[in-house]
Design a protein around this ligand. Sequence first.
Ligand code: SF4
Ligand code: SF4
Length: 438
Amino acid sequence: MQDKSLSIAEPVESPISQKIGASMIAAAILCALIAASGPGAAYPILFFWGIIVLVFAGTISYSIPYFKAIPGVKNNGVMQNPATNRGAIAWGVAMLMTGFYIILYWFPSYLEGLIRMMDPLSIILRNTKADHWFLYGAFYTIAVLVMGIKFIAKYKYSRYQVIRTISVMFFQLGFAFLIPAFLMKLNQPEFYFSYFWPLKYSYIFPNDVNNLIQSGNIGVFMVFWGLVMTFIATPILTYNYGKRWYCSWVCGCGALAETLGDPYRQLSDKSLKSWKIERWMVHSVLVFVTITTALLWLNSWKNGTILGDASGLFAQWYGFLIGSVFSGVIGTGFYPIMGSRVWCRFGCPMAAVLGLFQRFKSKFRITTNGAQCISCGNCSTYCEMGIDVRAYAQKGENIIRSSCVGCGICATVCPRGVLKLENLAEEGRFEPYKRDEL
Ligand code: SF4
Ligand code: SF4
């Protein structure tokens, strides 16, 4: 009898269900394009539910082989598939996603049909008609949920992967979509309890803080929450668990990268050059947002005399360059070409802060049992942050890298159980792990 725990994963179901699933998702995209061109406003309920049903049913149908597969993680064919090897389909998807972001940010009037399609849901949740940001939030949440289902099907034998995926789906649906909507319904400021400075940079800018405080007790609590999470909870949690507590369990950007971006994680650049560029870029963004925040507070304290008319300019430029162009158009639109964590690696100031803690003051590490490594390279290939995990494993060194988001995929795809994500004592974390002594 075959020992399932030693088998190479192979789906037992015909890929016909995947073809049906892919066709349904293509039909949903077509429906969205038709809705955007006008009919979405005339038949909002028909198009809204039509798209939702097609997307969810298509994803479940596509995931059937994963649900039925025997133990293991199946990545067969990713290097040959034109959708995942920077082939024609990948370029088509990248252009579609990038085009959507460009229209969303700068020409939202072209999405009028789609936006009106969202009116019934927006009125139920927020008591007001939809706008392009509500449309974006809904699409984003649906993407995390449906691709989260697929991710769970694919990695179902890893408890760590299943639980953390449920976690990001929960935070995206609850904290980044439903709660802000209900707050609006209650005439309170729209606030995202799962985003903090410096990722949500404006939450401690003087204007936002003043507006929140003036809005009443709930606004005061929001300011308090933002400050506590930024200056107290973040250092404590990162000390104990590394940056994974946020990047792979809570953050919406991480949620999309882990779910929608999962088919593209092998595309991340592993070169030394990209590592150097990454360090310069991500820390420059952090310096920029820190100086901007300090300047705005100094300016506010001096009654606007320092920056004068340019008061809002810093925030506007930061919002345009980093918030829109980098995190949206490049960070997400280019998933199929540059991998799933471009924004997290090269642009996210929150990742930079968490990474500094993780590198210099944290209990988190990935231990490696080098003697077991067969140098297959799975870990390095599927590391979405471009870390050459195998190089550490071969030397039996602990992996303590500021960029590691603790997704755990390297450990999940390792056929030899070489890698382990751990939060041990801070002392000796750079020492090789001696399993026999523990
Ligand atoms: S080293 Fe492993 S846990 Fe860290 S980001 Fe890469 S794949 Fe994820
Ligand atoms: S996946 Fe495991 S066995 Fe393969 S190179 Fe990485 S650590 Fe070694």
